[in-house]
Design a protein around this ligand. Sequence first.
Ligand SMILES: Cc1cc2nc3c(=O)[nH]c(=O)nc-3n(C[C@H](O)[C@H](O)[C@H](O)COP(=O)(O)OP(=O)(O)OC[C@H]3O[C@@H](n4cnc5c(N)ncnc54)[C@H](O)[C@@H]3O)c2cc1C
Length: 389
Amino acid sequence: MSTHYDVIIVGAGITGASTAYHLKQFGVKRVALIERGQPASGGTGKSAAIVRQHYSTPIMARLARDSVDMFAAMRQELGADGGYVNSGYCFLLTAEMLPGARKNVAMQQGLGIDTRFLDDQERDQRMPWLNTEGVAGVVYEKRGGYADPVQTTEAYVGAFQKQGGEVRLKTPVRELTRDGDRITGVILDDGRLAAGAVVNAAGPWAKYLAESARLELQMRSIREQDLVWQARQGRPVPNMSVSNGVDAIYLRPLGDGRFILGRGFPKPYTDVDPYNYKETADDDFIAEVQERAERRFPPLAGMKLLQHYSALYDVTPDWYPYIGPRTGIQGYYDGSGGSGHGFKIGPAIGKELARWIATGEVAEDFAPLTYDRLAAGRLYNQSFGGNRG
Ligand SMILES: Cc1cc2nc3c(=O)[nH]c(=O)nc-3n(C[C@H](O)[C@H](O)[C@H](O)COP(=O)(O)OP(=O)(O)OC[C@H]3O[C@@H](n4cnc5c(N)ncnc54)[C@H](O)[C@@H]3O)c2cc1C
């Protein structure tokens, strides 16, 4: 194994895996992907992995749009499937949410995204499982759905290896090394590795890695709970991914009458220590989500809880990721801060970050995602208010 690389990526979640693969695609020769556990052993592996393009800003909507194309082409491009299921996606709206949603849908349509409001007839036909009381509108995305987060990550890691990329698993990076204003490599348990550039894609743990080289990284670690349920046999369960803005829950089908349920915005956000947090769901959370889901989707009544868990959101002050280089620091790239939507945009983020590293070129709308935006006071708006899946 080498001790000198052109690029080292720390963290094999969706962000690191996609970045690694695309660096090879852009012709970077010596690339190492270093992961302290297994691929997708962070938030990615526990992601509900809802795929949708409904966002309130063009940058997020178009990253989600580009990722949908990548999910759909994965088998062809990587030789392995990411488990993308094009089930469709819908967003249930209250009356107060309608004006904003109309604006967002128009913006998304302008980006070529296939999204629209359903009329009552089509809503009833597509969603026989929906209690429409209090639902003032339904946005429907034909190409939305969900993917398998572990399979997707493994597909990128496998394709990266096939192109000569080096993967080191069960290998924690203890520190970044720094020489003046340059990040020069990483320290492992068994020695040092030098790199022309290091990508910090360590998710909720990225903050600590950055701090090891005296780089500030403002980030919260928030515990996100998800529940896996089984509907009673023969019931017409929701067959598409749902952001339910009316009851603040989300649903992601798993097939065979099973599905994931979680809480959407607004909800309480609990900050936790990412090295020590409760990895199961709370009883009151389970009861609340069950009550909301059974009311909104009556065929779910009597559903059985199969599994519950919690994992982490790496949340930035404006809920947009930190991606790219930093002014005044050489050889370092941020690749963290998915803030609850990092799975669905991960493929496109990895591709654009890799292009930036390999060629120095960056799309105009992508460049403002850098950490520099904090110091410059250029935070994005927070109108989408965190995760809806
Ligand atoms: C319960 C839950 C539900 C979610 N639902 C959705 C959803 O429906 N749709 C969506 O788009 N997003 C969703 N998200 C968010 C999304 O999953 C994350 O934003 C995304 O997966 C983050 O990916 P990542 O690669 O940036 O980070 P991570 O997946 O956290 O990967 C970081 C990796 O770095 C490794 N690492 C950390 N420190 C070190 C170190 N020092 N040395 C070596 N390796 C290290 C970790 O082991 C980990 O594998 C959800 C998240 C959770 C927790």
